[in-house]
Design a binder for this molecule. Sequence first.
Ligand code: GLA
Length: 724
Amino acid sequence: MIGYDKKTRILVLDNKSIGYAVYVNDAGYLETLYFGRSLSDYADFDCVRRAGEFSTPRYDAASGKETGYADAFKFDAAPLEISPHGLADKRGAPVIVRDERGSFITDFRFRSVRLLKEAPAIEGLPHAHGRCETADILLEDSDLHVRAHLYLTLFADKDALVKSFRFENTGKKKVRLTRAMSMQLDLPRCDYDLVHFGGRWAKERDYFCNPVADGVQEVSSNLGRSSAEENPFVFLKERSATMDCGEVIGFNLVYSGNFKFRTFTNFLRGLHITYGMNDEDFEWTLAPGEVFCTPQAVIVYSSHGIDAMSQTFHRFIRENLMTYADNCEYKPVLFNSWEGCTFHFDTDLILSYIDDACKIGTELFVLDDGWFGARDNDLAGLGDWTVNKGKIDLHRVMAHCRERGLKFGIWFEPEMVNPDSDLFRAHPEYALGWGRKELALGRHQLHLDFSNPDVVENIYAQMKAFLEEYPVDYIKWDYNRVVAEHVSAAFPPERQGEIYHRLVLGYYALLGRLTREYPHTMFEGCASGGGRFDMGTLYYCPQIWCSDESDPAQRIDIQFNTSLGYPLSCIGSHVNDSKVASYSAKAALALFGTYGYEMNPNLLTEGEIAELAQTAEIYKKYHRDVIANGTLYHLRAPYEGNHMCMQCVSRDASASVVLFMNKLKEQDMFRFVRLKGLDRKKKYRNTLDGAVHSGEYYLQIGLNLSKEGFAEFSHRLVLLTEET
Ligand code: GLA
């Protein structure tokens, strides 16, 4: 898959589906020759290299003469793997290293390349694994005495390329990294649309699509988490690209903290992309012998439209990123207590919830916020992870679940503390920003200083003690505040630029340790809903609570857009009690994720119970093979009109689930929705009218969804099963 020709100095990565080529030029710079569909011949690059050829004269300090390069290239515009900084190339380097003189000049040149049969292990950070090969390119800035490994990993069975850097100080003096992004990608054209997913709490991942801007454009977070405001998943698409045709290049970062995806186009109309950790307030001291690894950036290539990119991300996340032992297995139907009773419960109420949750097919009961410390509202208790025994008898609750064959799970928010807590009273210095006269509270809470290993250890010990006494099957790991004060009492003034990143490392250290020690406990990520929905979290947590908004008015878009970059199996989706739409509409939508509930189950009517129990049965029958392990097609995008339609097809094409939903009310509709992914020759019975048609019929003519009058959020949930 990967070969390096020493004579031509061309490195080729090709998995027979996509290809990537890099040329090591005379000066030792890595020129990116090609990225796209696999080529049959990688020799014909001369004209690419010579495009806009232009030699930048060089000055030899010893002889006092100008020295050109035999192999000239356009120094400030050639597509490169790593632009230098502080020299003529002003497009924006991915990396800046400063030495003790304060110089900004950073100039990495090629030394050697090693070809590996695996993905690199990135110390302290989540990383991809699986069938792949890696080009480990060693670069050096001999002035700074810093080495950089550029890792390019290509996957055998997916159109995915992973990039990252590893820096090592080989000198005798300290250096400072003031920018350490994960990748650069220079493309020879810029006529793309840039799609990104912005939003806020309860409106995560809205779809924004605009032509790549002239000059500089950025999609980023500086909130200390990947954020609801912008998600790290972005993609470029050819202007004419659709769901199933055209070139699309997707990007994501295996990281949960600040990020920056930056594009730059100049008058030459090439596109210069850098992606990685946000450099705002970032500075990392690298002492002699020390190493710094960047998170991995994942690039997915599709020459067949958005859905092919999206499907590659789905399989990549499930097969090459997640580490949860049971990740490809069935995820139980979950009942969460939060929206039903918030903090206001006692043992009897929870037991009654469990009994009634059983009637709607629940398999995992989760007690959310409010079970610990002095937590009767959100003013107190975070940081004190001991059961409030006066409020809840957790042993009894767990026994009650067990007797009914249910799993049991619980809520934590490990990285936070309320000023009104025993932990904060004993250790005020454990909170970020400690020592300042006034601290900003977010939901009445402060952020714990997870850059300090003592703090992480304290929370670990508390959680461990809990888990030993209460062996739960599931933990919801919440995170309800952004990082406001990125200053730590545990680090000296000159190292405060490390805090944002160290907080993320602390998060991974604790989550990594607990998931390793409890490999069969399922951890679900959460951050005020979907404020930390990212690949870093997915490495440990096979699912993430997608949004606190379950009402279809917003949820249609949230669910659909999230599934463009992330597999349905990781999208925590609950039916709640919002009155905007029927339970059956909300349940149908929640089926396209990991299905669950959040309401007061004591209040459900017999009719509602029957309806929800029926949907739970569909989930149990179809989730694993069709929705989680199958292929997802996005048939109608809600950002393009009044409808949303998604379809999942099992890998053997024997079954399919289709959901069509409209937003606003409509009158007559004559509508045949063409399906995808079915076997043309097979016969399928559909549950809409019970008819049997060939796969060809559904693909060419379509599913007949014609109807007179569609009310708001009316929907059709259609199952297709093979008739043998
Ligand atoms: C956040 C989560 C909710 C719930 C509450 C509890 O808002 O997104 O699902 O867990 O916290 O305080």
